[in-house]
Design a protein around this ligand. Structure first.
Ligand SMILES: *[C@@H]1O[C@H](CO)[C@@H](O)[C@H](O)[C@H]1NC(C)=O
Ligand SMILES: *[C@@H]1O[C@H](CO)[C@@H](O)[C@H](O)[C@H]1NC(C)=O
Length: 283
């Protein structure tokens, strides 16, 4: 096995991403894989804005929405523009930590057992400290989740891609994403006693992997039938160069403040943590 370290700039820290390749594979194939893994176009950061075609009144809540990561799940919230960038409108005041919009890119999923390797998708899950997680599909429930390598490896981690015009996200070759009303089938009181309901979240994202409308996957509690659901498009909204640069500068500033405070160990700690948490790397 040969490990090639790719230095890329993630949220302010240079992180080495191991690209492990089998020596038995053809050199050309290997070269192509490494190129793909290092492809800068694939690593342009984007937010995800949702659109929904349905005429149903309920669907208004997820048309023109933005994808956020919360409680290990992926949600859709209404969206507004602030300083030229899309941000979620918090459903409740004082949500701590604050809601975090998906901000991610494509990168090869590091797993020797996946051959050929699959293109994964990561998102930041917090800005301070900067943390990246894999976005994956729970293999039992088909809901979108996020987590480190350990949490994601047994689930569906790819192949993530984009539509031909690069405008929307696809998985396993198609756009089978569905917004599901997780509160459907519960009383308001019951829903508000869940961590999601307490924060006013409602629409979770699923992947209709078997192309059967999530049959058997999204049953209402107790009652009969399925929760309300709508097909959604996950549109890629590329972050501007300016925005990406600003993020790097902000992250640099944070690091400088910490190092100037004489906390040298804190200077390296976030990067080391993140590497371990996110890529779950087996050195
Ligand atoms: C990077 O990805 C883009 C989009 O898929 C593709 O057009 C380009 O050829 C790739 N570049 C490399 C070096 O693989
Ligand atoms: C990965 O996430 C799981 C929770 O999903 C956590 O228990 C575990 O400690 C994390 N692993 C690392 C290496 O941080």
């Amino acid at each position: 096995m040969a490990a090639l370290g790719l230095g890329i700039f993630l949220g302010g820290c240079i992180t080495a991403i191991p690209v492990v390749t089998g020596v038995a594979e053809g050199v050309e194939h290997q070269k192509k894989q490494n190129e793909e893994a290092a492809n800068e176009t694939r690593m342009i950061k984007f937010n995800v804005l949702t659109s929904c075609d349905s005429d149903d009144e309920l669907a208004d809540e997820i048309d023109d929405g933005i994808v956020v990561v919360r409680h290990n799940k992926v949600w859709i919230l209404p969206c507004e523009e602030k300083d030229g960038k899309p941000v979620p409108i918090p459903p409740e005041d004082d949500i701590t930590p604050p809601l975090h919009a998906f901000a991610g890119f494509y990168i090869q999923y590091p797993d020797d057992d996946r051959s050929p390797p699959e293109r994964g998708m990561v998102s930041t899950i917090s800005d301070d400290p900067p943390m990246l997680n894999w976005i994956y599909i729970d293999k039992e429930t088909y809901e979108l989740r996020y987590g480190n390598r350990t949490a994601s490896i047994e689930h569906i981690v790819g192949e993530w891609d984009w539509t031909e015009d690069e405008s929307a996200v696809t998985l396993e070759g198609w756009e089978g994403f569905v917004a599901v009303d997780e509160s459907d089938g519960m009383s308001d009181e019951e829903w508000e006693s869940t961590p999601w309901g307490a924060e006013g979240l409602r629409w979770a994202v699923y992947f209709d992997r078997d192309d059967n409308g999530l049959s058997g996957k999204i049953r209402k509690p107790r009652g009969k039938g399925q929760k309300s659901r709508f097909e959604v498009v996950l549109n890629r909204k590329l972050q501007s160069d300016e925005e990406q640069l600003k993020q790097m500068e902000d992250a640099n500033k944070k690091m400088q403040v910490k190092s100037q405070g004489g906390l040298k160990s804190q200077f390296t700690a976030p990067a080391a943590n993140r590497r371990k948490n996110v890529w779950g790397r087996k050195d």
